[in-house]
Write a protein that binds this ligand. Structure first.
Ligand SMILES: [Zn+2]
Length: 138
């Protein structure tokens, strides 16, 4: 039995020589596949199941890939996104929570998210990022 397991370990090591393996993007794909599968189990929509399989196929292709350069680029892209997504969620949450006291809007010039207190009538706003002047009814 131990020899059998050892043989599997050796065969796996030989198979994985030069292959990419796991990175943060692959762990995220695995987590996404599991979460999507649980959602499928609850709601039963076939489309959701297909999404789960797509995540698994991408994960396997990346895992056994020998093109380390491309996989590393994808992972760097993901590491950027994975910090943007929680920041965007936190920002949307804050906007929703403070919606009665604060007016949130995007700068007309550079799309930077800006805010002014509500209930002050018409206010002149100058974007601190690009200097664009705007008038807002609070
Ligand atoms: Zn601006």
């Amino acid at each position: 039995m131990l020899e059998f397991l050892n043989n599997i370990r050796i065969k796996y090591s030989e198979f994985m020589v030069g292959r990419y393996g796991m990175d943060k993007l692959n762990w995220a794909l695995l987590a996404a596949a599991i979460v999507i599968h649980i959602i499928y189990r609850i709601f039963g929509f076939f489309v959701i199941r297909v999404l789960s399989w797509i995540a698994v196929v991408i994960l396997i292709v990346r895992f056994i890939s020998r093109d380390h350069g491309s996989r590393t680029k994808e992972n760097i892209w993901w590491e950027g996104k994975s910090t943007e997504i929680p920041a965007a969620i936190a920002s949307a949450d804050r906007s929703w929570r403070d919606r009665k006291t604060t007016l949130y809007f995007n700068c007309e010039g550079c799309k930077t998210k800006l805010s002014v207190p509500r209930g002050k009538g018409q206010v002149r706003v100058v974007c601190p990022n690009c200097g664009q002047e705007m008038f807002k009814n609070t």
